[in-house]
Write a protein that binds this ligand. Structure first.
Ligand code: ADP
Ligand code: ADP
Ligand code: ZN
Length: 217
């Protein structure tokens, strides 16, 4: 199965993708994470992307589509893909169709997480993650069970993203409205979009997403 999680920054895409990975052995393909790894490793792509990301603008379609294609090449054909943060433009959606066709895959579901924009700034400015395993947390909605210790791996090191500040978030949201939201009609025309209430508790959102997967391909 191949699915897209769609929604503005902070909607809960990464949180839900991580749960699907655990429950179904699917693979999360997050272009944001791939780009952050490229920035940290100072690869040519990372050097190009760093400033654009710091401003909250979108990296070029060619760069992110090439990253996705490379991940799919490295994945076995039996592993399901969860696209998280990709596609983000109509051009990327068209490129994804071609990439999937090249790997004998087809898109089964697009799940749109519906969220209240005012809540997003609070979600993003409170976001942090484990430096060791990447598990995501939040200052009020999802603290580690033992303060300062990762639930998953026991690490005591955590990190916050540089672009998770209010000013950059506003730019990222404007980019979402202008460039990403227009993807929805593209997929609506195929009848593969399901809308889920992203303001519910993390577990309740997961139940809804699982319900979509249970419908099958
Ligand atoms: P969030 O999950 O908070 O929306 P991401 O981790 O997906 O953020 O993305 C962080 C940044 O990386 C974006 O603001 C953008 O600069 C860049 N980026 C990630 N994915 C894409 C993409 N598909 N197209 C263009 N830029 C992207
Ligand atoms: P995205 O990948 O869409 O940018 P994340 O999954 O990183 O979003 O979630 C953003 C922040 O909000 C994280 O700190 C996460 O722990 C928290 N969060 C995610 N889903 C929910 C939810 N349903 N209710 C409350 N907080 C949530
Ligand atoms: Zn951890």
């Amino acid at each position: 199965m191949n699915i897209i999680l769609l929604g503005p920054p902070g909607a809960g895409k990464g949180t839900q993708a991580a749960r699907l990975v655990e429950h179904h052995g699917m693979r999360q393909l997050s272009t944001g994470e791939m780009l952050r790894a490229a920035v940290a490793a100072r690869t040519p792509v990372g050097i190009k992307a760093a400033e654009v990301m710091a401003r909250g603008e979108l990296v070029s379609d060619e760069i992110v589509s090439a990253l996705i294609d490379a991940e799919l090449v490295a994945m076995g054909p039996a592993t399901g893909a969860i696209f998280d943060g990709y596609p983000r433009t109509v051009a990327q959606a068209e490129q994804l169709d071609a990439i999937l066709a090249g790997h004998d895959r087809k898109l089964d579901h697009v799940i749109e997480l519906l969220v209240d924009e005012d809540a997003l700034v609070e979600r993003i400015t409170g976001r942090f993650s484990c430096s060791s395993c990447g598990e995501g947390y939040h200052d009020t909605h999802k603290l580690p069970q033992t303060p300062g210790v990762c639930d998953k791996c026991g690490s005591t090191e955590f990190a916050r993203r540089k672009d998770d500040n209010e000013e950059t978030v506003r730019t990222r949201m404007a980019e979402y409205r202008k460039k990403t939201a227009p993807i929805l009609p593209f997929y609506d025309a195929r009848g593969i979009v399901t809308r889920v209430d992203g303001m519910a508790d993390i577990g309740a959102v997961t139940d809804e997403v699982e319900g979509v997967l249970a419908q099958g391909a």
